[in-house]
Each structure stands twice: as structure tokens, then as C-alpha cells.
Ligand binder design. Structure first.
Ligand SMILES: [Zn+2]
Length: 459
């Protein structure tokens, strides 16, 4: 494997020399040293009930409080190391522009890429994907890589895929598809909300997929559309996939704590031998609630109005529902498993869906602009399933979702009902659970201590 160096090129838009990645590595280990001042835990012991305990390196995503290290030194005296540069494909890019940005001067390369049947995939030039090139000290091409979207292989392992083009030693080139299992790392991140949840996760370098997982996992506890407040904080431990030092994907959240309006909610992934995995709180209560706290799906778009959204009506006397102001077309989701009991128009309600959940409960979603295509009365729906879109039909002054929760056909505040917990671990299962989540719980608590120390120090 080649070592990575750095290439001195004029900074162009879209040009991303590998140096940045290398320094990100250093920054992470630097943070580690900083953390070590407070904590002795240098690795997170992950207990797998099937394979015993494995130690995984921890990488911190929170870097805002740390000074940058000295610039990465050039590899002095090691001029055989090829220089690697990288560029991202932009809309409207041409292959010759990309090769130029990578400083590749191989007159026959472009023709080869256009005609070789293995290499032609490169011509799709999908914006957002990256091309990397390694050049030797004389500027000759060592290899060119076109990175595809990563995916999973037949064993469910995360893999990186790329097309690799190399000189064949006879004055021509050869192209081949390559793939390699990505490295799994455990990342730890934390954040405080000042403007929005995505604002906080962006600042902590947390991928969107992880942010949305967090809102799903706690979807029956927190209404992320209405309940999020400035000063809410969170700590997350999650799997991250990387290849050659580049983050290529996010895995699963392993543990998290979210403090919403001073109330802590925690979640940990537990995957016992005999049943499928699920999230539990630290005491072993399942987090899969009977009902989601909101019928509106939290997305990057909805989050932008979430923080400044005022519920139009929050009182139950006289109104008997919760109104969520939201742009027309915002997706509406069933808050629980059930059967579509009514779907159509009802004067004040406009386009409305009523879903029956078991014998006593039902939920109602009014003023919809349209229903989900293909949905029919009498059909079963799952918790979280798309049923329609926000609108202003019926008696509505602006687009909003009017949501009712009913017990024996009487509207009632869902917060006032004690809904049964789906599942609580007991006996030997609870023992296994406690053993396997102990290190996560400790680590989350350690992060909480560090966060409060930082808070005291900064006052
Ligand atoms: Zn209403």
C-alpha cells in the first residue's frame, strides 16, 4: 500500500488534496490525548454476546474546543511515495477538466477511458462522487480511481467500490473494478442545540443518517417537531465506516442520551442471540412505543421550521386536537400500527384519515392536501407509514396538520394517557443486557461529566 503524501497545487474549487484527510486523522488522535487528561478509557470495550469482548478504537467527532496541531510535515527524503490528489465531480464536469484538476498528463488516457469497456463507467460522471489520482515524482500516473457509491456485500459487510485504472507497463492502460471491506470504527459525538437539531449535528460532524436515526429511536418519547429547545444536549456512540481514512458511510447508533428540557432519554442497541435487535433504555425497557409522538416526519427541511413553529392550538378544551403548522406537502405518517377506518372528506376536517388501533384507540389526521397514493380504506398500515400530505382543506386558515388521539372515539390528550410499554427485559435476558450495555452506559456518563466540566470551565 502506498503512503499518502501531499501535493502542492493551487487551491481550486473542488480540489481536495489528501492532506486534509491526513490532518483529520491527526486531529482525532490529538483529541484523544486531550481526552486522556480527563479520562483513562482509551478504547471502548464492546461486548458482543456471541464473540466476547472486543476493543474498538474511539474517534471523537467533537472538535470545536481543540486547537489544531502543527501542519502535517512533508515526507522528507521519501520521494518514491506517490502523491495522491482527489477531486469531486461537479455538475457539468467533463472528463478532461477532471483529469486536468488532478494534474494528470497522460495523452492516451482519455481515449482509453472512452473506449475500454471496463473503464467506460467513469463516463457517467455522477456529481458528488470522487476521483483520486496517484502520481510519481516525475508526474507519471501510478493509478486513477473512480469511487462509486459504497454499499454492502452479500455478508452484509460495508464495502467501498471503485474503478481502478493503471498503466499496463506496455504503454497502455488496464481498468478493473475493485472493492474492499470498509473499516468499522466507533465514533463518539456530542452537541448542544442552539438553533436547530441539524445545526447542532452539523457542528459535531454527525452524518444526517445518524441524526435521523436518533429521531426515529426516540420518536415515541420526544416530539422532535415541537419539543426541541435551545440548550437541549445529546451524546451519541455510533458505528462509522471508513476506507483509506475517508468516511464512507454511517452504521448504527449503539447508544445515545438526549436531554430534552432537562429530561434525559437514553437508548442502547441490544441484539440478543435468540431474538432480533432493538433499542432499550438503560433499565431494559423497550423504546418501541405504541404511538409516535408526532405524525410529521422529522427531516432536514421540516427541522428548519420546527424550532420556530408555534402550535396553533395546544389546548384540549373546545379544540380537542393538536395543530402542527407545516408547509403544504409535508409528509404525514401513521403514529401506530392500525387499519384505515375512514379516508375521504368530512366538512370541517377537509381531507381526513382516521386510523383504528386495536379496540379502543384511534388517530385522526385532517386538512390533508392529498392522500398517499395507493392507500385505501380498510387497509392495514404500519407505525411510521406515509399516509398523506399536509394541506389546508376544510376549515383551515393555512396549511397545517390537525391531529387527534381518541380513546373509545373521544378525543383526548395523548400525553395524559399511560400507554403500555411494548416490552421489558427480565431474568437472564436482563442480565445479558446489563452486561452488554455497561460499557456504553459508562461511556455516555463519562461524556456527560466531561461536558459539564467544560461548561463549568467556560463560565
Ligand atoms: Zn385543529
Amino acid at each position: 500500500m502506498f503512503k499518502k503524501g501531499t501535493i502542492n497545487t493551487p487551491s481550486q474549487t473542488g480540489m481536495r488534496p489528501v492532506r486534509h484527510r491526513t490532518s483529520a486523522y491527526i486531529r482525532n488522535s490529538f483529541l484523544f490525548v486531550a481526552l486522556g487528561l480527563f479520562a483513562t478509557a482509551a478504547a471502548l470495550a464492546v461486548v458482543d454476546p456471541n464473540n466476547g469482548t472486543t476493543e474498538l478504537p474511539l474517534i471523537h467527532a467533537a472538535r470545536q474546543t481543540l486547537a489544531l496541531p502543527e501542519p502535517f510535515p512533508l515526507p522528507i527524503g521519501d520521494f518514491d511515495t506517490p502523491f495522491i490528489s482527489e477531486t469531486q465531480i461537479r455538475p457539468g464536469d467533463t472528463l478532461s477538466a477532471l483529469l486536468q484538476r488532478l494534474r494528470i498528463q497522460e495523452p492516451r488516457l482519455q481515449q482509453f477511458l472512452a473506449h475500454d469497456k471496463n473503464a467506460r463507467a467513469i463516463y457517467k460522471l455522477q456529481p458528488g462522487r470522487t476521483l483520486q489520482a496517484a502520481l510519481d515524482k516525475d508526474g507519471r500516473l501510478v493509478w486513477l480511481r473512480y469511487n462509486h457509491t459504497p454499499g454492502t456485500n452479500e455478508n452484509g459487510h460495508f464495502v467501498s467500490k471503485w474503478l481502478e485504472v493503471k498503466p499496463d507497463g506496455k504503454g497502455q492502460f488496464a481498468a478493473a473494478e475493485r472493492s474492499e471491506a470498509a473499516d468499522t470504527q466507533i465514533r463518539v459525538a456530542e452537541g448542544v442545540i442552539s438553533s436547530s437539531l441539524f445545526g447542532a449535528t452539523d457542528a459535531a460532524d454527525i452524518p444526517d443518517a445518524i441524526t435521523l436515526q436518533m429521531t426515529d429511536i426516540l420518536g415515541s418519547k420526544i416530539d422532535f417537531m415541537q419539543d426541541i429547545r435551545r440548550g437541549d444536549r445529546f451524546r451519541i456512540i455510533y458505528e462509522s465506516y471508513s476506507h483509506d481514512g475517508m468516511e464512507v458511510g454511517a452504521g448504527r447508533i449503539l447508544a445515545l442520551e438526549f436531554i430534552n428540557r432537562d429530561h434525559p432519554y437514553e437508548a442502547v442497541w441490544f441484539d440478543p442471540k435468540d431474538s432480533s435487535g432493538a433499542y432499550y433504555d438503560f433499565s431494559g425497557h423497550s423504546l418501541k412505543g405504541a404511538f409516535l409522538r408526532t405524525a410529521l416526519k422529522f427531516t432536514r427541511i421540516s427541522s428548519t421550521f420546527g424550532m420556530r413553529m408555534h402550535p396553533l392550538h395546544r389546548t384540549w378544551t373546545g379544540h380537542q386536537g393538536v395543530d402542527y403548522a407545516a408547509p403544504k406537502g409535508t409528509p404525514i405518517h401513521s403514529t401506530s400500527d392500525g387499519v384505515v377506518e375512514f379516508m375521504g372528506q368530512k366538512n370541517g376536517y377537509g381531507n381526513v384519515i382516521i386510523i383504528k388501533h386495536g379496540k379502543h384507540y384511534s388517530t385522526l389526521y385532517a386538512h390533508q392536501s392529498r392522500f398517499a397514493s395507493g392507500l385505501k380504506q380498510g387497509e392495514t398500515v404500519e407505525q411510521g407509514q406515509l399516509i398523506g400530505y399536509v394541506g389546508a382543506t376544510g376549515w383551515a386558515t393555512g396549511p397545517h396538520l390537525h391531529y387527534e388521539f381518541r380513546v373509545d372515539n373521544r378525543p383526548i390528550d395523548p400525553l395524559s394517557v399511560n400507554l403500555p410499554i411494548a416490552h421489558t427485559l427480565e431474568g437472564p435476558e436482563l442480565k445479558t443486557f446489563e452486561h452488554s450495555v455497561a460499557s456504553y452506559r459508562e461511556h455516555i456518563h463519562l461524556l456527560a461529566e466531561l461536558q459539564s466540566q467544560q461548561h463549568v470551565a467556560s463560565r
